[in-house]
Ligand binder design. Sequence first.
Ligand code: RM4
Ligand code: NI
Length: 284
Amino acid sequence: MNGLKLQVSDYFLTDKNAVTVADRRPQPAFPQHSHEFDEIVFVWRGNGLHILNEVPYPITCGDLFYINARDRHGYESVNDLELDNVLYRRELLTLNVNWQDLLPGHASGTEARQYWRLSTPGMAILRQSVDALAQECMKSDALSLLLSETLFLQLALRTKRFRHAPDSPFISDAEQLDLLLMALRVNISAPFRLDDFCRQYGLNARTLRVMFKNHTGMGIHHYLRQLRLCKAMDLLRHGQQAIGDVASLCGFDDSNYFSVVFNQAYGLSPRQYRQRFQKVLSPG
Ligand code: RM4
Ligand code: NI
């Protein structure tokens, strides 16, 4: 057995502190070791090879893992790797919650170790949570000890909220919405097919439609039409393209249909709209 074992006294402020944060921004290569404490590792950026109980795994930003005292792990081939270790002593936790459930990997010791993923918005929130905890762990009066544990509980709960197992690709509502809005905006001249989009990202079209409506107050196609019409107005005001070209640049494959829709929306045909606007601009 290779015996590097990290000691409580080297990392925790006092032997009463149940929690502390070891900021590793950057994390250099670090030999394999075990600990007298447990740790949660949040990987913020960069990459490296993580060896956990003899199994190598490439880690990168958004990875999260729970290391138990008896695990052996280390880092190799690091490249811009930045992470935070939240170190804790399970036996000193006093709040009456189900820590077992919040800090997985403790039950039997035989279950397969898991890497979790964090969503990008989740990472931003957790990073703040880790920073707040790091501050509090620098103190050891009774109030700070309790507050540290409370912040640790909050962090563990939020982590549970934002983590997901990589093999069950769960994308939060906010991310689904972002993906969809980007897809709608990015290529407005091409037809948009919600079913294809959903297939590409493994999403459910019906759920997405309802969510879009809840968050934006309008339907997807209504929004898409607004985008197309706004683009058309812009081209009609500032461009010289033929009306048929404006139609197809804005994703209408039929120029007559485009004129009908435009007229319905603004009470003018595209041609009238252009004339009106471009006349105002030209002097005399
Ligand atoms: C090291 C490395 C270890 C961690 C200690 C506290 O740099 O990240 O995994 O246990 O810090
Ligand atoms: Ni470690």
